[in-house]
Write a protein that binds this ligand. Structure first.
Ligand code: IPD
Ligand code: CA
Ligand code: CA
Ligand code: CA
Length: 288
């Protein structure tokens, strides 16, 4: 795609996402029937599917050769999604479905766009708070049209961070989760859990929080947010210290590499200790 074509594409999909805002707000008032997708905490409403369909059909009509990796579309297949070099939209129609059902304001539509496996566009739209985050590769990140910047804190001391909590509910992850949480509580000024991974990445990008770490996610939870953090001057690495892989999201996102590495070192120290005690998740899963 030429830069002009990419500009046009950005405008077109941005408008389409804004149009989905009305459907989103209808559902936020009354989401109707709630179903689960196999486990009691994996919830879905008709609005997740409605918004996803509007986005996919709208984009397909204008760009018939584009591909899609989208949460609800994916639920019908058991195959893990594959990102090819083709222009691909990575869509989470509602990130924070549980919040959406409970009428908590931390909810959004998250849409990322990659070509040649490289993120080019990211959109995160919270219709309830009317907050629209966007980024174009090499062109910065914006909130409602105003440039945003990640916070430049260099240490956990004095920082506010966000963490995932659901893994703590799985018995094999309990020790690792408790150790990480107690360490972060000691080292930072606090931990927040918002219930929307995409929006939490947007908060790293806007400097509302200093860092965020979450593992075992799906590409649609983070694709848009990764680009928005990077374009806001922040960094996103894999929890093993390497480059972040959007198809296998185990991530540390932060305003600076120093904080990201401090978090990675916390993980490594805890894992080394747990390994001796035979309490690493994989050791516990092997036993069961
Ligand atoms: C969820 C949210 C949540 C994260 C879960 C995700 P969904 O996405 O991002 O913050 O902890 O792992 O599945 O299902 O609400 O789109
Ligand atoms: Ca879901
Ligand atoms: Ca999600
Ligand atoms: Ca979702």
């Amino acid at each position: 795609m030429t830069p002009e074509e990419l500009d046009e594409c950005f405008e077109f999909v941005q408008n389409l996402i804004r149009q989905c805002g009305d459907i989103f707000l209808d559902g936020f008032k009354d989401c109707g029937k709630v179903e689960n997708k196999g486990s009691h905490y994996d919830l879905v409403t008709v609005y997740d599917r409605k918004i996803e369909n509007v986005l996919i059909n709208g984009i397909k009509e204008k760009y018939p050769n584009h591909k899609f990796i989208a949460e609800e579309d994916q639920s019908s297949t058991k195959q893990p999604p594959i990102l090819t070099s083709a222009p691909t939209w990575i869509i989470d129609p509602i990130d924070g479905t549980t919040n959406f059902i409970k009428k908590l304001h931390f909810v959004c539509i998250s849409v990322g766009f990659a070509i040649n496996n490289d993120l080019k566009i990211g959109f995160i739209f919270n219709p309830v708070l009317n907050e629209f985050y966007s980024a174009r590769k090499d062109q910065g990140a914006f909130l409602n049209g105003k440039k945003i910047f990640a916070r430049k804190s260099e240490e956990l001391k004095g920082s506010l961070i966000a963490q995932c909590i659901h893994i703590g509910g799985i018995p094999a992850f309990k020790h690792q989760f408790m150790e990480r949480t107690t360490t972060f509580l000691r080292k930072t000024i606090g931990i927040r859990v918002f219930g929307s991974a995409a929006l939490t990445l947007a908060y790293v990008a806007s400097g509302a929080i200093d860092a965020y770490t979450i593992e075992y996610l799906k590409p649609w939870d983070i694709a848009a947010g990764v680009l928005i953090v990077q374009e806001a001057g922040g960094i996103v690495i894999d929890t093993n210290g390497g480059d972040c892989n959007i198809m296998k999201p185990n991530i540390i996102a932060a305003g600076t590499m120093k904080i990201a590495m401090e978090i990675k070192n916390v993980f490594d120290e805890i894992d080394a200790r747990l390994e001796i005690e035979g309490k690493l998740p994989r050791q516990l899963m092997d036993k069961s």
